[in-house]
Design a protein around this ligand. Structure first.
Ligand code: ADP
Length: 356
């Protein structure tokens, strides 16, 4: 392959590449390099442009050792990037062939680590948040254990009361661990979309049956509207989990003695999607919160969610299940009227459900 051909291949690489002489003067670069470093015209000096001591020393070391070195840097102002630069030193063979003293040149191979860094940070933040969520009930449990071992040792009434609270805290930790495990399982399966066809009534009716007692305690009734015989492409258990989380929230956050309406209908024509909406009657959710509801541990009212036994993971689980299904969640809310959590899922290619 000729140098020109090689350069035109390299020009299309997504990672920035710069070819300089041993003083850092640019001999060639690909368009991605200009996108990251800006002005890199011929004769520009890359070392002067990326003027950081760690870059100078890694560059010098590559030349001295006639080998490879690498360095991680933060680059850019407003839009900061994390870059890994690998310096590969080689000799100019053409000069050598021509009988001239061989000169060293350096290839700068740059890898943008920003997305990876953000992912790492999201993971670290998540572990910190999960630990914090677990620590709160754990601290409460430990406090009660100490009180029961000490000051309240012989107090029968206090013991009964404290054991009740301790049991509730232990249940809270257990719910949280169950949700964390569900979430990681769903994330692991995310790349593999379900292909089974399920009829909506076979999923929705068992969900409302299992939550009937919780609804009754708050004087809430369920109303079904639309076509519940409709088929969708879904994993039956996971769709059950989605509907269960949404209906449970509607019971928790809806007004007492209100109605939860579940609606099933085809979504916009040509979308290939079916809509399943859970509509509650409640104070509603302020617009500034809506786009954040599916974030892990995001709650509009932290104290209230904890008090009614929420883990803050229910809607994150819903979002990830729907990703896996090629569907999505749309939330709308009207102050003092209520909220609608609408699930959009793909229709089967044909509406024949015999294979379900
Ligand atoms: P939680 O376990 O706290 O209910 P979710 O992930 O299920 O966690 O929901 C996140 C937050 O979204 C809740 O804490 C609550 O503030 C809000 N939310 C969810 N569903 C509703 C609803 N139907 N009405 C009002 N707010 C809701």
């Amino acid at each position: 392959m000729k140098l020109g051909d090689l350069q035109s291949v390299l020009a299309h690489l997504p990672d920035p590449l710069i070819h300089t002489d041993a003083k850092g003067r640019v001999l060639w670069h690909n368009p991605s390099a200009a996108e990251v470093f800006g002005n890199l015209g011929r004769e520009a000096n890359a070392l002067a442009l990326v003027d950081l001591p760690e870059v100078h020393s890694a560059f010098a070391e590559a030349i001295e050792e006639q080998g490879q070195t690498e360095v991680d840097i933060k680059w850019g102002g407003l839009k900061r990037r994390y870059l890994n630069i690998r310096f590969v030193c080689f000799r100019d063979d053409k000069a050598e062939e021509a009988g001239k003293p061989s000169r060293r040149q350096v290839l700068w191979s740059v890898h943008d680590m920003t997305a990876q860094r953000q992912l790492d940070k999201t993971r670290t933040d998540f572990v910190a948040a999960a630990s914090h969520e677990l620590r709160t009930p754990l601290a409460s449990l430990m406090g009660f254990v100490e009180t029961l071992q000490g000051p309240a040792k012989d107090d029968e009434v206090a013991r009964e009361q404290f054991l009740g609270i301790m049991a509730e805290q232990a249940r809270r930790m257990s719910r949280l661990i169950d949700d964390l495990l569900s979430l990681s399982k769903i994330e692991m399966e995310e790349g593999d979309s379900p292909s089974t066809v399920v009829r909506l009534e076979d999923v929705a009716y068992p969900v409302t049956d299992s939550l009937a007692l919780a609804a009754k305690e708050r004087g809430i009734r369920f109303v079904f509207e639309g076509d519940w015989k409709a088929p969708v492409v879904a994993d039956k258990d996971q769709l059950g989990q989605v509907l269960s989380n949404l209906v449970e929230n509607a019971i928790k956050y809806g007004h007492a003695n209100s109605t939860i309406t579940l609606k099933s209908r085809p979504h916009e024509e040509g979308s290939g999607l079916h809509s399943i909406a859970v509509c509650d009657q409640s104070p509603g959710i302020a617009p500034k919160h809506i786009h954040r509801l599916t974030e892990r541990f995001y709650r509009v009212d932290k104290a209230r969610s904890r008090q009614i036994g929420g883990t803050g993971l229910g809607l994150a689980i819903v979002k990830h299940i729907l990703y896996r299904h090629g569907g999505r969640l749309v939330v709308t809310s009207e102050q003092d009227v209520g909220s609608v959590f609408e699930v959009l899922l793909p229709h089967p290619p044909s509406t024949d459900t015999k294979g379900a």
